[in-house]
Design a protein around this ligand. Structure first.
Ligand code: NAP
Length: 544
């Protein structure tokens, strides 16, 4: 590690060069604010750079899971499928980086390790794992919500003689499972996509399931010229409409409560949505996430589908989710997931009945039996929403660590700023719609808000801004209150931090919807940023 003697000064430092970091660089450049992004990987793309597991695919349609800020960009890029796979999304990210000439402002293969607020200089002192040191007026964390991959605390992982993989840190060269005996641990979105693809290669596949999830078929297919053309002709209007939707996705969101129609009508609606595929299933009725009775009808419909798709009734019953309302854990979207369990070389182990006790040199020990395998795939998820932020030793005013400030769970104002941490901005942080939405729509909204705030600082001759503790407390209470009007808190989900032993349990994203949230943020900016405090530049100069 080389230790650079003098730290470099930069106006704005961005951490991460995924879709958020890339758009930030573009916007900051447009404002004439000198900026640099640090990126741990050796390429752009964030989530899509790391998650290269077989079958990785976005479950938001490609025409919508793409930047909307540039008409030229959205007209020139052609998607090949309704739901793009990881390689195509990564190509798109690289195309954007080239097209906007972003790489010259990205420092790759460099991880920020600490960021300490210097009160006198009103700046962030940032250290990295390469020894590069920076002093930045503004620090913007574009570190991703699902980027801190997590291996479970199962004893013996290091003893395993075969290969160990995590879906979120997949080898760039790919993995050939041909002829192998493979174990997949976990049955969340990543596993549900990977299992059917791994099953095509593996000689034997054993899936270890702790909690079954609800999954809807994607009905993915090639993009048609008609479909892409209709979007491209109408992009500005459609993007504008999507930005006002609850999820930031333009789809048919029913206004009808489920119990206000007959059982036959309900079934017909579920059948139509099941046939169309994708997450729009959850928009079949207006109250599926707020009314348990309504939710039960959708959940029971999917349970019946699972029983119909899986030939062995015992296996089907293991796959049927019962412990959470449908949609309160992230709904999964698949291609032939349930059907994969009809293949003779695919086995399912119910980890609740047969707990995994350890990993041995040979394989996975569960319920007293050893499942001998050549490779283990951990599809065990992430330290979501806070993991990447807390991985950096962040210290704000008076040396207070973010870890201390968030000891009882993340507290933010709007998911954008944290009291006591001036000039530190979060992109899609906890307390914003983020993971409950089309991430690119939420990223663009946050980046625009932050960049507008920075433009405001410059215009007004201000050097620093931060949220007031009162505004933060009010927002935390509001996030909590809105969440408890829904069924979401009824599930032990990673939204609640429940997947990480010892993590404070608190519903992290804002459930109120992308459109409502955008309006709140816009109103705050339009009204001169109530709830935020500013420092005048002269005050800092005087102190210097
Ligand atoms: P996840 O949803 O957190 O799933 C992790 C899985 O591992 C769960 O089934 C969990 O079981 C299991 N697990 C964890 N520790 C275990 C242990 N010790 N023993 C047995 N099983 C264990 O993670 P993910 O599948 O990577 O997905 C995370 C999120 O990424 C998704 O919810 C979604 O937001 C996003 N994602 C999106 C897409 C897409 O766009 N299509 C694809 C992949 C991921 P429990 O449920 O019992 O904890």
């Amino acid at each position: 590690m080389t230790r650079h003697t003098e730290p470099e000064r930069i106006e704005a430092l961005v951490i991460g060069a995924g879709f958020a970091g890339m758009y930030l660089l573009h916007r900051l450049r447009g404002l004439g604010i000198p900026a640099l992004a640090l990126e741990a990987g050796d390429g752009v793309g964030g989530t899509w750079y790391w998650n290269r597991y077989p079958g990785a695919r976005c479950d938001v349609e490609s025409m919508q899971y793409s930047y909307g800020f540039s008409e030229a960009l959205q007209q020139e890029w052609n998607w090949s499928e309704r739901f793009a796979g990881q390689p195509e999304i990564l190509r798109y990210a690289n195309h954007v980086a080239d097209r906007l000439d972003l790489r010259r402002d990205i420092c790759f293969s460099t991880r920020a390790t600490s960021a300490h607020w210097d009160e006198l200089g009103a700046s962030w002192m940032v250290e990295t794992d390469t020894g590069r040191r920076l002093i930045a007026r503004q620090l913007i964390l574009a570190t991703g919500c699902l980027s801190a991959a997590r291996l479970p605390d199962i004893p013996g992982i290091r003893d395993f003689a075969g290969k160990v993989y995590h879906t979120g840190q997949w080898p760039h060269e790919g993995v050939d499972f041909t002829g192998q005996r493979v174990a997949v641990i976990g049955t969340g979105s990543s596993a549900i996509q990977a299992i059917p693809v791994i099953a095509r290669e593996a000689a034997e596949l054993t899936v270890f399931q702790r909690t079954p999830n609800f999954s809807i078929p994607s009905r993915n297919g090639p993009m048609t010229e008609d479909y892409a053309g209709a979007w491209k002709q109408d992009y500005p209007a459609r993007r504008a409409a999507a930005r006002r939707m609850r999820t930031g996705i333009l789809y048919n969101l029913s206004q009808t409560p489920a119990m206000s129609v007959s059982e036959a009508e309900r079934r017909a609606e579920y059948e139509a949505r099941w046939a169309a595929g994708g997450t729009a299933f959850m928009a079949a009725f207006s109250d599926l996430l707020t009314n348990k009775e309504a939710n039960d009808t959708a959940a029971e419909f999917v349970r019946e589908k699972i029983r119909g798709l899986v030939k062995n009734p015992e296996v089907a019953e293991i796959l049927v989710p019962r412990n959470h309302p449908i949609g309160t854990k992230r709904i999964c979207v698949d291609t032939a997931y349930y059907e994969t369990f009809n293949l003779p070389h695919v086995r399912l182990v119910d980890v609740r009945k047969h707990p995994i006790t350890r990993i041995t040199a040979e394989g996975v020990e569960a319920g007293g039996a050893t499942h001998t395998v050549d490779s283990i795939v951990f599809a065990t998820g992430f330290d979501a929403m806070t993991g990447t932020i807390l991985a950096i030793d962040i210290r704000g005013r008076d040396g207070v660590a973010m870890r201390e400030a968030w000891a009882d769970g993340p507290r933010t104002h709007l998911g954008l700023m944290v009291a006591g941490f001036p000039n530190l901005f979060l992109i899609t942080g906890p307390g914003s719609p983020s993971v409950l939405s089309n991430m690119i729509v939420s990223i663009e909204q946050h980046v625009d808000w932050v960049c507008d705030a920075l433009a405001h600082l410059r215009r007004e001759g201000l050097s620093a801004m931060e949220t007031t503790p009162k505004a933060q407390e009010d927002w935390v209470a509001q996030v909590n209150e809105v969440a408890h009007r829904t069924l979401y808190p009824q599930a032990n989900s990673w939204y609640m931090g429940a997947n990480i032993p010892g993590k404070p349990q608190l519903f992290m994203p804002y459930v109120g919807g992308v459109g409502t949230y955008r309006q709140i943020c816009d109103d705050i900016a339009a009204n001169g940023y109530p709830g935020f405090a500013f420092t005048a530049a002269e005050q800092v100069k005087a102190a210097e």
